[in-house]
Design a protein around this ligand. Sequence first.
Ligand code: WQD
Length: 346
Amino acid sequence: MKQKILVAGGTGYIGSHTTVELQNAGYEVVIIDDLSNSNIEVLDGIEKITGKRPAFIQLDLKDKAGTLKALQAHPDIKGIILFAASKAVGESVQKPLLYYRNNIETLLNLLDLMPEFGVEGIVFSSSCTVYGQPDPEYLPVTENAPIKPAMSPYGNTKQINEEIIRDTIHAGAPFKSIILRYFNPIGAHPSAEIGELPLGVPQNLIPYLTQTAMGIRPELSVFGDDYDTPDGSCIRDYIHVVDLAKAHVIAMDRMLNNKTEENIEIFNLGTGTGVSVLELIHAFEAATGVEVPYKIVGRREGDIEKVWANPEHANKVLGWKTEESLTDTLASAWKWQLKLRERGIM
Ligand code: WQD
């Protein structure tokens, strides 16, 4: 009997790639998304890859009555993966109330309704931003690294949501949770049928870089080369989005099929290797043969200087590790950008 999973935010970048991997693993998927930051055509891409079109409900999960109706329409949902959230660090500084309401109310509604429908587990999409700038002795960063005061309302909503989940489960909620702290997801499905499609000017490095390589943007601005790093630019842990998606399937299986005694677990999802912005640009050029014009500009407010994962906990306990090389990951991002051009999308 196929287990049914609700992917909240499933037409988004990570949600769509996770839907593909869930379907590949034999799960039935229902997507709820308000399409505020994604396109309904993503469903076509998913169907082209797997041959299965997920059920879809357009809904803002802040609408509790609407969420109740959605769950009543699918009373056999066994697990939930919560991606749906506003996620632009800079925007969150400008619009804190929008971020607190959207990111927290969504979680509260789902946690409230899960017991009524016998939902057994929730995977929560968290972020390495909860660590802030780890002190040198905590790099590479493990799950036990101190949680520092958030540097943005976005990061704070991730910390608050983790605490809400922890407290709800400690109060005896009849479900489990696995919290996944992502580092920097990049790249696209090898088919190039789905990928990252930010609306407007990209905030994140890779979509801005590939649009520059395509000539859509005149040049890439590198936000600072005066950091305390080997080449002066910031260091991150860039993980292929498909590797990241596969970890969600393992986490869901772990909860739904009683592969853990724990009611709540936390895992860092990264490659374990730190890469600087300048190294990434040169790696992209080597992987694709395409030059990326760039200039060094001032630092971006709120940027962490250097953070990368120690993924040993996930490697050992989940039996998961990243498989894609940085070269292949960057090549997949470029293949996706070429496909967008081929389709006349940008
Ligand atoms: C990466 C590096 C920039 C753009 C954020 C969130 C994180 C996750 C991913 C949601 C930084 C530099 C960037 C550009 C640049 N979001 N950069 N020029 O800030 O590490 O993480 O997005 O899940 O939670 O915090 O990602 O891609 O914005 O930046 O030089 O045009 O690239 O300074 O060093 P970030 P990013």
